[in-house]
Design a protein around this ligand. Structure first.
Ligand SMILES: [Zn+2]
Length: 347
């Protein structure tokens, strides 16, 4: 999620929720109403001056323990009281640095300029999220929050469970039909979190989409249509009719947004609709920010890291439905726009 592209993240919604929760809690630190600018000004976690930010600091040193004001913000945003700063072991820090080194080499300079920190948050909702942080000149920076379960869970395992969270009523009996996502067994889910979230940071900085979250537009920091969204998105979360498909608006993950709203029995129909769309995943079909992050991540994984990417439905050992979304014709059509972004793999 940058918020958030959270991978559960809805930035403006999150800000509004945070404001609402502040009001409910009777906390005096935030206004109940007001513009995005007023809400951000009242929230220390969203102001660069709250951090010790040094653009010369190596990215490896920005893997940090979350400060109390960030934890407070995340808990208010997600309506939780059990978040805690997770401290990585030396091996986990080494894995995080190893995975960051797999990203396109040009990400280094981009992240050094705009990424405030990477925090790991115990009990975090979903996989990860990215949130904007503004400096006094309105330059958009960001921090990334990651669920430490990503360090321990296999990539295919996590993506499968995320996909399953979109559907209700699936049988849990052994051998019963279930959705799957197969990206091989080489990596932990952390690789997905870093690729997806860092691409949100790139979007904040370079505007592949008009605005990564609606608050950016409200702040007057968005841009008009971009090539990436042209002919696909009419607005942030509204695709053009020819890009849309039945029940797209009911797609949710991790039990957020009132979900799951789609019965498992409709999964095959949903994937058929998705397979005729320009989106490489159900997650991408939510809004243009997630579309960019997913297009980047899956194209980078398949084209540069040579990972498999298959999505479908299996009953026991029998594959009932299987797709390779990165080869869908309308997804392939977007590769020329993605090539400059995923280029310059280090290895
Ligand atoms: Zn995201």
């Amino acid at each position: 999620m940058a918020t958030m592209k959270r991978s559960v993240v809805r930035p403006l919604a999150a800000l509004l929720l945070a404001a609402t929760l502040l009001a409910v809690a009777g906390c005096a630190s935030g206004p109940k109403t007001g513009s995005a600018r007023e809400r951000i000004a009242a929230t220390p976690a969203l102001n660069l001056k709250s951090y010790r930010f040094d653009p010369k600091q190596p990215i490896a040193e920005r893997i940090q323990k979350a400060p109390a004001f960030v934890l407070k913000f995340l808990q208010q945003t997600d309506g939780r009281d059990d978040y805690a700063a997770y401290e990585l072991t030396d091996a986990e820090i080494a894995l995080t640095i190893e995975y960051l080194d797999l990203l396109p080499a040009w990400f280094d300079a981009m992240l050094k300029e705009r990424l405030v920190a990477i925090y790991f948050i115990e009990n975090f909702t979903g996989a990860a999220m990215t949130h904007l942080v503004l400096d006094k000149a309105d330059k958009v920076h960001a921090f990334i929050a990651i669920n430490p379960a990503m360090l321990r869970t296999g990539l295919s395992e996590w993506m499968t469970s995320r996909e399953a969270s979109c559907f209700s009523g699936a049988s849990t009996a052994a051998g019963a039909p279930a959705v799957f996502v197969d990206c091989g067994t080489s990596y932990k889910a952390l690789l997905y979190a870093l690729a997806h979230e860092c691409s949100h940071v790139a979007d904040y900085m370079y505007h592949y989409t008009p605005y990564t979250e609606p608050a950016i537009k409200e702040l007057g920091l968005g841009v008009a249509e971009t090539p990436f969204v042209k002919n696909i998105w009419l607005d942030y979360a509204k695709p053009e009719e020819r890009a849309d498909f039945p029940r797209r608006a009911d797609i949710t993950f991790y039990g957020t947004g009132g979900g799951p709203k789609i019965p498992f029995g409709s999964a095959a129909d949903l994937y058929r609709g998705l397979s005729n769309s320009p989106f490489p995943s159900l997650y991408a079909a939510q809004n243009w920010a997630e579309d960019f992050a997913e297009c980047f991540t899956w194209y980078f994984f398949t084209d540069r890291l040579d990972l498999p990417y298959k999505v479908g439905i299996r009953s026991g050992g029998t594959v009932e439905v299987e797709y390779e979304p990165i080869y869908w014709s309308r997804v392939v059509h977007r590769f020329p726009q993605l090539d400059p972004v995923v280029q310059d793999k280090r290895k």
